[in-house]
Ligand binder design. Structure first.
Ligand code: CP
Length: 302
């Protein structure tokens, strides 16, 4: 993993996922250390973010490193017409590692091909969000005690949701069964279903939420991604299609945990927040430990 960019969850093997989770558990026990002293991490966010950017920055700060970067491309020379290549080559001179979020699918891979330091993809369009995926794996392993043989229901925007795309690929190593619950307009793309077919992994597709989560171990809710719709009227039709309410969890399994990469809009009612099955805020905290582990491995510090 040393000096290797992380662009897609498929860039790592199953053994490497498990090694990241092992190191993340170490950081959970001891999140404040000085092992990043003298290291500079650049965070280049061409798209909005709260959790990903701030958990990366918190992770670096707690390990004694320094952060540079921008949270809005309009405050950088991109505004003057600078290309992504020139931006990445320049920031490579100033940092040991670049964390980048960009709206264009494939932009992170391109950046990794021109950069002289490793790139971590913090989300590229509807494509991949591998660090979210690793923190999801950490959260699943921590709450279920295993990653093997779990039933995972994914709900909402399965078309544009990059977190679910990364997660089905990673979980495919652990013999899962999936329920895909979405409106017709937002179904899991064929390429991911073909991937599962090839691996012999079972999945079913549904449009009803309440009736199809009773035997799940993980309920992975997602936001309908308004920013990816070409026509705002299409977004209006589906934006509130699923709203998880506390009473819908009554007959679900005791070990069920509700995950959500956040931000949520309306898809989880706030009456779920105090249910012991709600895990989305601890999940966001796990992002700090998991990102500490990913960066420490890439920088060769663990
Ligand atoms: N989960 C996630 O990517 O959240 P942000 O968009 O706030 O970074």
């Amino acid at each position: 993993m040393i000096n290797k960019s992380l662009i897609s969850i498929n860039d790592y093997t199953k053994e490497e996922y498990l090694e990241i989770l092992r190191v993340a558990a170490e950081f959970e026990k001891k999140p404040i250390q000085n092992i990043f002293e003298g290291r500079v991490v650049a965070t280049l966010f061409f798209e909005p973010s709260t959790r990903t950017r701030l958990s990366f920055e918190s992770a670096v700060n707690r390990l004694g490193g320094r952060i540079i970067g921008f949270t809005d491309a309009s405050s950088s020379s991109v505004k003057k017409g600078e290309s992504l290549k020139d931006t990445i080559l320049t920031v490579s001179n100033y940092s040991d590692l670049i964390v980048m979020r960009h709206p264009l699918e494939g932009s992170a891979r391109y950046a990794s091909e021109v950069a002289t330091v490793p790139i971590i993809n913090a989300g590229d369009g509807a494509n991949q969000h591998p660090t979210q995926c690793l923190l999801d794996l950490f959260s699943i392993q921590k709450t279920q005690g295993t990653l093997e043989n779990l039933k995972i229901s994914m709900v909402g925007d399965l078309k544009y949701g990059r977190t679910v795309h990364s997660l089905i690929m990673a979980m495919s190593h652990f013999n899962p069964t999936f329920n895909f619950i979405s409106p017709d307009e937002l179904k899991m793309p064929d390429e991911y279903k073909m991937f599962l077919d090839k691996k012999g992994i079972k999945y079913k597709e549904y449009s009803d939420l309440a009736g199809n989560i009773k035997d799940s171990d993980i309920l992975y809710m997602t936001r309908v991604q308004g920013e990816r719709f070409a026509d705002p009227l299409d977004y209006e039709k589906v934006k509130n299609v699923y709203i998880l309410k506390n009473r819908m969890l009554e007959k679900t399994k005791d070990n069920l945990k509700v995950l959500h990469p956040l931000p949520r809009v309306n898809e989880i009612n706030t009456d779920v927040d105090d249910n012991h099955k709600a895990y989305y805020f601890p999940q966001a905290l796990n992002g700090v430990y998991t990102r500490q582990a990913i960066m420490a491995k890439i920088l060769g510090l663990k």
